[in-house]
Design a protein around this ligand. Structure first.
Ligand SMILES: [Ca+2]
Ligand SMILES: [Ca+2]
Ligand SMILES: [Ca+2]
Ligand SMILES: [Ca+2]
Length: 156
């Protein structure tokens, strides 16, 4: 009986994730209790595919298209992003929505190659034209741990 009620509860929560209204919370919640630092390590491993310590734009573009853009139109809307990111890293949907708005640099509600190129510039803090794993990691840790407010987070 208790298991049945828990199941009903999780279906209700799952349903909310797929509505048109998304909540955003910068507090990291992971549904499998993976710690923020470990999630960031997993993300870095996915992005720096060849493991050379540099997160190259073509690597990130390839990862985005293969994992987040099933219809291959070059656009990743929030729903697709939240669903795939959650499946991959088990972060809670509200938190992934917060990430999405940090990544959507031009605010058109889709992640595209333009956003990734703009992000690469932001992340290259030493300005050497490359995003190192260290630069990438410190950006992600900032989002995951320091709860940088999203431009979309309103209210308390
Ligand atoms: Ca690389
Ligand atoms: Ca798409
Ligand atoms: Ca965009
Ligand atoms: Ca750099």
């Amino acid at each position: 009986m208790i298991a049945f009620l828990v199941l009903i509860g999780s279906v209700a929560v799952y349903g909310q994730d797929h509505g048109h209204h998304h909540n955003h919370s910068c507090t990291h919640v992971n549904n499998q209790h993976v710690l923020a630092k470990q999630v960031v390590i997993n993300i870095v491993a996915d992005m720096d595919k060849d493991g050379d310590g540099i997160v190259e734009l073509p690597e990130v573009n390839a990862e985005f298209i293969s994992r987040y853009d099933p219809d291959k139109d070059g656009k990743v809307p929030e729903d697709d992003f939240v669903k795939q990111w959650h499946q991959r890293y088990h972060d809670d949907g509200d938190f992934v929505g917060y990430l999405f708005h940090h990544f959507d640099k031009d605010d058109d509600e889709n992640l595209t190659a333009n956003d990734l190129a703009a992000l690469a510039k932001t992340l290259d803090t030493d300005g050497n034209g490359q995003v190192s794993v260290a630069e990438f990691q410190s950006f992600m840790i900032n989002l995951y741990v320091n709860c940088v407010p999203s431009k979309y987070s309103h209210g308390p």
